[in-house]
Design a protein around this ligand. Structure first.
Ligand SMILES: Nc1nc2c(ncn2[C@@H]2O[C@H](COP(=O)(O)OP(=O)(O)O)[C@@H](O)[C@H]2O)c(=O)[nH]1
Ligand SMILES: [Mg+2]
Length: 429
């Protein structure tokens, strides 16, 4: 008994191949339709997989007149279907010869089919075990996909990357961005391994690789540059409550205490007196001058006054969308300063969609950097990545707590990539 599996684009093609390779005597043990990625990544195609068997003793013998159809699944039956009934005027065809008293052919065929099926099962025992394992994994993935409501478009990813796709989405990375990153990683891995290897990407390697892809994707800004004899101005803008004043104090403390630079603080935060009090306390502790500006014009003259300072940090109020007047004036002032660094401060706890909306709202101030605070208050960091993808500005600092000055880090691509796709515990030193 010889058992073989064939693949073809259609059932007809599959049966033709079976017939050509195994002869008229072959019979079909099983068929199934599978989906696989089409060539050149053009979606998916379905293929027919046919497992056929042939009794070697019978193979190659010329068919005899009273043999039953050689191929089950209706191949021969379809090809040899009785001709349509002739018009009654034509003479009736000669009567068929009487059936033999006892036709053993069907029984023999059934036996052969059973033998073939048993042989195929034996051969496939090992293969079945691994298929079952894979199926279990796929089942788990599918239920995860169902839970997270993903469209089936990502199913062409190999299982290891599909798993990572799920991790990214669970970390609140926008599905379309997660998909693009995984597709990019898949293509790059395939290019490294040569054609056809992408189907079996080792999960650990895929994870490390994808983390590198993510890190490459995260633009970061250098720390605020302090040049001798030159005043550097950095302004923090953004909504109320995200941590602008706290971050300003952290930056001031670092420059003053660690870098031993002369710092001055300016604020336009005049609506909330408590907020000014907060900055006044920091200024006192750090022994740096603070100027509370009531208008943008006032801010302008204060800047001239602090020419000798290495770093002037400007705190601003959170603008409501209606406050276009102050926003407009502030923009005028920032435009006048050739080397101002404007950081748009965003909280990592803000809803992903709102982050993009806020970035659009503050675009008139032309921020050149994004600064994320409150990383310690969330467990999903995907929105940072999604915002970077949409807003396309480098990341400057990360706020990781309320403590001044220690809870502030210079952003690095690697640090953010680790947050987006954490290192499995055993890899982390
Ligand atoms: N957990 C945490 N809280 C922060 C962080 N940055 C600021 N905060 C807190 O957020 C609140 C608002 O901060 P504030 O600096 O006044 O925000 P502003 O309105 O943007 O100036 C304060 O209670 C801060 O202590 C951070 O990185 N992590
Ligand atoms: Mg404030």
């Amino acid at each position: 008994m010889r058992v073989k599996t064939f693949e073809a684009g259609s059932m007809q093609d599959a049966l033709d191949v079976v017939k050509k390779e195994m002869g008229e005597e072959a019979f079909i043990l099983s068929t199934r339709t599978r989906r696989r990625p089409a060539a050149l990544g053009m979606g998916e195609e379905s293929i027919i997989e046919v497992t056929a068997a042939v009794d070697e003793a019978q193979a190659g013998l010329p068919p005899t007149a009273n043999q039953a159809p050689a191929l089950t699944y209706g191949l021969r039956a379809a090809l040899e279907a009785p001709a349509p009934r002739r018009p009654s005027r034509e003479p009736a065809p000669p009567a068929p010869p009487p059936a033999p008293a006892m036709d053993l052919q069907p029984l023999r065929r059934e036996l052969l089919e059973i033998k073939g099926a048993v042989a195929a099962l034996k051969d496939n025992d090992l293969r079945n075990a691994s298929i079952l394992k894979e199926l279990d994994q796929m089942k788990a993935l599918l239920s995860r996909i169902q839970r997270q409501g993903m469209p089936p478009a990502q199913l062409h990813l190999p299982p290891s990357l599909l798993e990572l796709y799920g991790d990214l989405v669970a970390n609140d990375v926008e599905p379309i961005i997660a998909l693009r990153l995984c597709e990019y990683a898949q293509r790059a891995l395939t290019d490294q391994d040569g054609d056809g290897a992408s189907g079996a990407v080792d999960p650990e390697r895929a994870r490390l690789f994808l983390r590198r892809v993510i890190a490459d994707f995260i633009p970061v800004a250098p720390p605020i540059q302090l040049d001798p004899g030159k005043m550097r101005v950095a302004a923090l803008v953004g909504p109320t409550g995200v941590g602008k004043t706290t971050t300003l104090a952290k930056l001031a403390a670092y420059a003053q205490l660690h870098l031993k630079q002369k710092v001055a603080l300016l604020t336009l935060d005049t609506y909330r007196m408590a907020a000014v009090d907060q900055l006044q306390q920091y200024a006192q502790i750090l022994q740096v001058p603070l100027h509370v500006a009531l208008t943008v014009e006032d801010l302008r003259s204060a800047l001239r006054f602090y020419q000798d300072r290495a770093l002037v940090l400007i705190d601003t109020p959170g603008h409501s969308p209606k406050d276009t007047d102050t926003l407009h004036q502030l923009r005028g002032l920032l435009d006048e300063l050739p080397e101002v660094e404007t950081h748009l401060v965003l909280s990592a706890t803000t809803k992903p969609r709102d982050l993009t909306e806020i970035a659009t709202r503050y675009e008139p101030l032309r921020p050149t950097r994004l600064l994320f605070t409150k990383l310690d208050e969330t467990s999903t960091y995907g929105p940072i990545l999604s915002t970077l993808a949409r807003v396309k500005k480098p990341l400057s600092y990360l706020g990781t707590g309320q403590e001044v000055p220690e809870a502030l880090e210079l952003a690095t691509s690697r640090r953010v990539a680790d947050l987006i796709l954490p290192v499995p515990v055993k890899e982390a030193e």
